[in-house]
Design a protein around this ligand. Sequence first.
Ligand SMILES: Cc1cc2nc3c(=O)[nH]c(=O)nc-3n(C[C@H](O)[C@H](O)[C@H](O)COP(=O)(O)O)c2cc1C
Length: 370
Amino acid sequence: MTKPPLEAIPSFVAALGDYEPLARERMTEGAWAYISGGAGDEWTLRENIAAFARLPLRQRVLRDLSGATTRVSLLGMDLTAPILLAPVAFQKLAHPDGELATVIAAGALDTAMVASTQASTPIEDIAAHARAPLWFQLYIQPDRDFTVDLVRRAEAAGYRALVVTVDAPVNGLRNREQRAGFALPDGVSAVNLHGMRMLPPPSPEMLLFGAPLLENAPAWADIEWLRGLTRLPILLKGITDPEDARRAIAAGMDGIIVSNHGGRSLDGLPATIELLPGIVEAVAAAVPVLLDGGIRRGSDILRALAFGASAVLIGRPYVYGLAAAGAPGVAHVIRILRAELELAMALSGFRDIASIDRSALAAQGRGITP
Ligand SMILES: Cc1cc2nc3c(=O)[nH]c(=O)nc-3n(C[C@H](O)[C@H](O)[C@H](O)COP(=O)(O)O)c2cc1C
């Protein structure tokens, strides 16, 4: 039996990690496997978190901290802090209010949210509840006409940027889900894809190569096509290689999100914080570089900003807050993280986001090269 969502947040909840067991008790085994799990042996999933712990910080004292702020401007949008909610599919798996609870919490905390193509709530309904910048995460669909419709719907609903996820043309190896026998329950589906022309099912003798999904997977030409289709800023999510980052800029992209899909795509990829310096160098300040994967503390955000990220996104932590306590849980997660970022900045001597650089890291941490 799973427990109902909490009606009040217990006073012992002090950090993001405290939400994880509370979430687990409120989800089915299958939903827990889907949300918490990663690909293959989950090495990348663990590395995303472990790599932050290998980056010791540095403290500078007696600096002037008056007028301190976490405000940033990103793609022309003012953000209270460099923290966004990453696109996470099927949020009704975590809580019956799903994406609506998330967008309400994001609005209350003035935090930008990226809604997934695979949201379990219509993107127009999410937008109707938004009080802070809202971005749309796009999976380019095999049905390109339907993809155009999705972009037009996002534009019409007031989404302010497109996040095109490029690291999951097919699902990663989801052994944990397989073992738990995960399937979407009744009432939870990719409602925004209803009515789309579906591909013929792969023939039984086929593995992956030659299957319709792979034959129709997006390529760089589709990114160029998309660039011509909309005036919204476009960010590519799932870039882990400097060459690909340069190519994205050449294709007219407005931003890069360094992401390994939270360890859910190619197991064996390094932690995103280890990949970040190489991408930042390749991008050479041409566009903002964001990072997600393993952010669990405000001090992790400080580390990402130190390596040149403009902002970070969080995935599982806010979904755990959602599962535990609905919108108040999501809001609390954002608040904890913001408070921790302020504290980390204050104790390491930074009073604004722009001044954070590699000097925030102890010397042995700064030597990282990808
Ligand atoms: C349950 C789940 C569903 C996800 N769904 C999507 C999605 O629909 N689109 C997408 O671009 N990324 C998706 N992601 C990846 C997240 O956007 C993000 O990259 C990742 O969760 C960040 O790592 P973190 O969970 O350690 O914060 C999903 C992640 C999880 C955990």
